[in-house]
Design a protein around this ligand. Sequence first.
Ligand code: ADP
Length: 162
Amino acid sequence: MLRRAIYPGSFDPIHLGHLDIIERVSKQFDELVVLVSDSTSKTYLFSATDRMNLVKKELSHLKNVKVDSFSGLTVDYAKKKDAQVIIRGLRAVVDFEYEMTMSSMNQKLNDQIETMLVFARPEFYYYSSRGVKEIASHGGDLSGLVSPSVMQALHQTFRNKG
Ligand code: ADP
């Protein structure tokens, strides 16, 4: 059986903390799908297509990682694609309660799909898309937080916003 995992998230935009999780987890599975969520209840800086394209640019060196976008329930996507595992990243304790609730709800919806939590490496504990956007909105230095193409996309977007 092909071991396939899904890593769902907003990735608005992808940063180096996400990328570290993707690189580490992809070694543990035959295939990893980075699932860019497009929820109607969330507002994003980048469109789903732009977020997907930015993710894709980071991953060309990882042959078993695919990128897709979805607006429904992650467990439904996982079932459709025959994936057994949902991956989520954990930073500090503040992530824990949210992730535990999500994992329990997903288990209730489909108990054949396991959520696995992966700890961020300490150097990425404080990385967040929200922080990255805040820095970018003030024209701050994003090096070491995101890749050059994400940096360019952020600066361009905030320049256009004036
Ligand atoms: P969401 O809106 O679904 O939380 P995010 O794009 O913010 O989407 O995050 C996607 C996943 O990546 C989540 O599981 C989140 O906890 C994890 N994550 C975010 N930042 C980091 C980081 N710095 N290190 C490790 N995991 C992270």
